[in-house]
Design a protein around this ligand. Structure first.
Ligand code: NAG
Ligand code: NAG
Ligand code: NAG
Ligand code: NAG
Length: 359
């Protein structure tokens, strides 16, 4: 991986490690210094790059009408031309041929809500773009959708789950079970897992897909949703710790994907209540509205795990992309400032996933 990392702290760290290991040969070898220095891929900014996007929607086998912005009338295509530039290094360019070679015979599964669906579709489009002639087998049942690149024996799968923990029908109604994960046997057989949950924890009213919350033996009508999220995520973390064999399965957590509705005030446009007119990302590397409140919970839960889970920490870089949502350019004519256009931002998530996998 190409990595030119010049932040002061990491430089010092690298120098001390290197001088300890191979003082003589490496002390003046900047190439190896760069390669060995840690770089935070998730800190950076968006730069305009004419070479983007990496593919055209019309060549992708499947983009849901919710995400296919250009097809549904988005004319301004500037949002497709930004590249994520980490501060201390470059993100490796997505190399679909390399990806497919490395993961021949492997199963990659995204597990979560519609933001997993968004991510999954991006990865399928990116892989298809390098092998447009490949035979793709598509299989779908109630919970799992699979694209298999037949000759390459690579399956890219999506497991639909709002909460990762279970929701079950019982005589009282639908119960969100904070301590229960029953789908794990399917997940365990995969080679790469990318989990995500958050959007649905805050849902109320008719769209809330449960009637009661159960924790241990106690059942509640409701509870603080951030606490519920933290408890559910902790159950998932325990499941990973006890059920996943790290030598077989690599586990990622897809960071919280931000929405841009009542958030204009967060970038000094207090009147803006959706993403409908946004055509440019925010400049710089920090989101003026601050850290997403759920990020703290995610970091906290992940930091207590025994097994290494790689956090795809895409929240801030996505917060900067108020221009990258479908807004009204989708096949259902609603205003969507939650999901992301494809091609678009999720292709950067795929690049970050690739970078983490080849590290
Ligand atoms: C520097 O290190 C890299 C990687 O270890 C190696 O390929 C290269 O030959 C080295 N260059 C010099 C001048 O020692
Ligand atoms: C994508 O392909 C369509 C149809 O071939 C074409 O009209 C459009 O200009 C292309 N979009 C971009 C951004 O190149
Ligand atoms: C759906 O497909 C997946 C993957 O092929 C399989 O593991 C699962 O058992 C299927 N579920 C049902 C209900 O058929
Ligand atoms: C659970 O109940 C809901 C209605 O309350 C129904 O729509 C759904 O099909 C039920 N699911 C199962 C698995 O029985």
């Amino acid at each position: 991986m190409e990595c030119i990392c010049l932040s002061f702290g990491s430089l010092l760290l690298a120098l001390s490690v290197l001088s300890f290991v191979h003082a003589d040969e490496h002390y003046n070898n900047l190439t190896s210094l760069k390669a060995k220095t840690y770089c935070d891929m998730f800190q950076g900014s968006w730069v305009f790059d004419k070479a983007y996007p990496l593919y055209n929607w019309s060549s992708c086998p499947s983009i849901r009408k919710e995400f296919n912005c250009e097809k549904y009338g988005r004319v301004n295509d500037q949002y497709l031309k930004y590249r994520w530039q980490p501060i201390g290094c470059n993100l490796p360019r997505f190399n679909g041929e390399d990806f497919i070679r490395r993961f021949k015979g492997k199963k990659i599964m995204f597990i979560g809500d519609s933001l997993s669906l968004n991510f999954w579709q991006s990865l399928v489009c990116l892989l298809h773009a390098v092998m447009p002639q490949a035979n793709i087998i598509r299989e779908t049942n109630d919970t799992v959708s699979t694209f298999t690149f037949q000759e390459h024996e690579v399956s890219v799968m999506l497991f639909h789950s709002f909460y990762l923990v279970d929701v079950e029908n019982e005589s009282v109604g639908r119960v969100l079970k904070l301590n229960s994960i029953k789908n794990g046997d399917t997940w365990k057989n995969m080679d790469i897992l990318i989990f995500n949950t958050f959007q649905w924890w805050g849902r109320r009213g008719p769209k809330q897909p449960w009637d009661y919350i159960q924790e241990g033996k106690k059942t509640y009508k409701d509870m603080n949703r951030m606490i519920a999220f933290q408890k559910g995520l902790t159950t998932w973390a325990k499941w990973v710790d006890s059920e996943i064999h790290p030598e077989k399965t690599k586990v990622f957590f897809q960071g919280i994907s931000p929405s841009h509705y009542h958030s204009g005030k967060e970038w000094n446009k207090p009147g803006v209540t959706n993403c409908g007119k946004e055509t440019k990302p925010l400049k710089g590397s920090t989101y003026p509205g601050g850290t997403h409140p759920a990020t703290k919970i995610v970091r906290n839960v992940l930091s207590r795990m025994k097994r290494p889970v790689h956090l795809l920490d895409l929240t801030t870089l996505s917060q900067l992309r108020k221009d990258a949502h479908p807004s009204s350019y989708n096949g259902f004519k609603g205003m969507d400032c939650t999901h992301w256009c494809i091609p678009g931002l999720p292709d950067t998530w795929s690049q970050l996933l690739y970078a983490a996998l080849i590290q």
